[in-house]
Design a protein around this ligand. Sequence first.
Ligand SMILES: [Zn+2]
Length: 75
Amino acid sequence: MQHRRLETLDDYDERGFSAHVTCSCGRIELVPICTLRAACARIGAGETIAAIAPHLRCQKCGARSPTIIPFRAPY
Ligand SMILES: [Zn+2]
């Protein structure tokens, strides 16, 4: 089985990934990839994790560019 690199949010979405979005203040939010894709579409950012991060804002402290770690949801 060939391992294909996951690059775009589309790649992750296709495989049923979600993402942990972690702010420097310690707030962690579980966000489905499809939600990140919708945000990309709305603001016109490229559909990659690097592209969307600067547009995400923490709901607790207001900081931008959280750390986004994709993971495969266990279902
Ligand atoms: Zn924060």
